[in-house]
Design a protein around this ligand. Structure first.
Ligand code: ZN
Length: 452
């Protein structure tokens, strides 16, 4: 146990920036190099700042939880910040930091595929390090959850790629029926779920090709683009897709089979009626016969309940397996059903249930964190659509580093700081404590990181 006094003493010693760099360096030694090597769209004769300076500024802005680009320029306008950024990038000649207009101008022209490439490199490094192997579903599959969310909403047309939704309403004064159009940008995410950690591995923007398309883009269409990219990137990775009931349909089953992936989807009763009926009939038959072979009880400290399943239900040539979970804890009683192509057994039923339920983490740990606790992804850092996409991708890159840092750093764990506190301490360190040559030398040494 650490006493409060010891904690205060420890706190004084800790340089939050240095600690973050330790994590970054442990997992992604080549990050600076990758940022430096992006295909630079600028006219080479007018360049003042290298790409890694521009990109690292945004990563630090995100990590420090600064809401706007203007705030970044204000907060980072200190000698210490210039020194620190120069030091951590190995660019000691850095004399000034770029203004946010310079950065946004660059991001409006940078091809988002360049940042996608960096994220892929990072994720592949994590797989190679094998630090997450124990989190595989049933010891075999990597759980990748698919989920979409809205990021921007506007009253007026923002760009030709905006999604549109028309609302009908009654004018309060005249009683007239009127319509109102809102303009939006949405994104579909593929997130790797490892224990309590959620890491974005690919993002597909849901967007119209042009303003006059007959049918707008939608989550399911984006799904096929996203999964095609995933398969192309992680060719042999044993993936189990985790998603909501929308995805429980023939085409998606086909896609998973073709990719050699497994799936585990939430299954609402009205999604495919024939499957629901068959499941109920077979389950009842078994109960009448008093066999109850396909049932396991859940007896855990916080919850009680049972899982019932039926394997091999035929659906248009696909053998699907369905399981129903009834769980009760102190607060409430819940019932949910999942559909999967993984054969359900007494041994794996609970594991599958936990994996299926972990998708909700995307909502809580993933989107909530990025909207309300840090990053403010609903705040547009630029009005230019291409720059908006790049800002979004830089947020995902920052989040990968921060999640590993917060779960892996022994010092951070012992401090028990909230997400906001960690960010504000980081900002303080960046503005006040200058990194030394000794610090930088220390970064090159091997260290151990363990997740609990
Ligand atoms: Zn738009």
């Amino acid at each position: 146990m650490v006493t409060r006094k010891e904690k205060r003493e420890m706190e004084k010693e800790v340089n939050y920036l240095f600690e973050l760099l330790k994590t970054q360096n442990h997992f992604f030694k080549n990050l600076n190099k990758l940022l430096k090597e992006v295909d630079d769209p600028r006219h080479q004769s007018y360049i003042t700042y290298d790409t890694e300076v521009l990109l690292m500024m945004v990563i630090l802005k995100n990590a420090c939880n600064l809401k706007s680009m203007r705030e970044m320029t204000n907060e980072f306008n200190k000698e210490e910040c210039i020194k620190n950024l120069g030091k951590l990038l190995g660019n000691e000649d850095l004399e000034e930091l770029p203004h946010y207009d310079t950065i946004n101008d660059f991001l409006s022209r940078l091809n988002p595929a360049e940042l996608e490439r960096i994220r892929i490199d990072m994720i592949k490094k994590l797989f190679k390090k094998r630090c997450f192997d124990s989190y595989r579903i049933n010891g075999e599959y990597w759980g990748i959850a698919i989920d979409g969310t809205g990021i921007f909403t506007f009253d007026k047309k923002h760009c030709e790629h905006c999604l549109r939704r028309v609302y009908k309403y009654t004018d309060k004064e005249t009683g007239e029926e009127k319509t109102k159009t809102i303009y939006m940008h949405h994104v579909l995410e593929a997130k790797l779920i490892v224990g309590n950690m959620v890491l974005s591995v690919a993002s597909e923007f849901i967007e119209n090709e042009s303003e006059d398309v007959k049918k707008q883009d939608c989550e399911l269409k984006a799904f096929y683009r996203l999964t095609a990219r995933l398969k192309d990137t992680f060719k042999k990775l044993p993936i189990c897709l985790i998603a909501d009931s929308l995805y429980a349909c023939e085409n998606v089953f086909k896609q998973c089979k073709a990719n050699n992936w497994n799936y585990l989807f939430r299954f609402k009763e009205d999604r495919i009626k024939s499957i629901t009926d068959e499941f109920q009939a077979l389950k009842n038959m078994e109960e009448e016969e008093g066999k109850k072979a396909n049932v396991v009880k859940i007896r855990e400290s916080e919850q009680r309940g049972e899982i019932t399943w039926v394997n091999d239900i035929d659906y248009r040539g696909f053998g699907v397996n369905v399981f129903e979970c009834e769980v009760e804890d102190e607060k409430r009683k819940q019932k949910f059903t999942f559909i999967t192509d993984i054969k359900i057994t007494k041994n794996n039923a609970k594991k599958l249930m936990n994996a299926g339920r972990s998708r909700w983490r995307i909502e809580n740990e993933g989107f909530n964190r990025q909207k309300n606790l840090r990053y403010h992804i609903e705040h547009a850092s630029s009005q230019d659509y291409n720059a908006m996409k790049n800002h979004y991708l830089l947020t995902q890159i920052t989040e990968i580093i921060m999640v590993l840092h917060e779960h892996g750093s022994k010092i951070l764990r012992s401090m028990k700081k909230t997400i906001k506190e960690i960010s504000s301490r980081l900002l303080e360190a960046f503005r006040r404590q200058t990194l030394t040559d000794e610090d930088i030398a220390q970064l090159g040494k091997p260290m151990q990181i363990r997740f609990t």
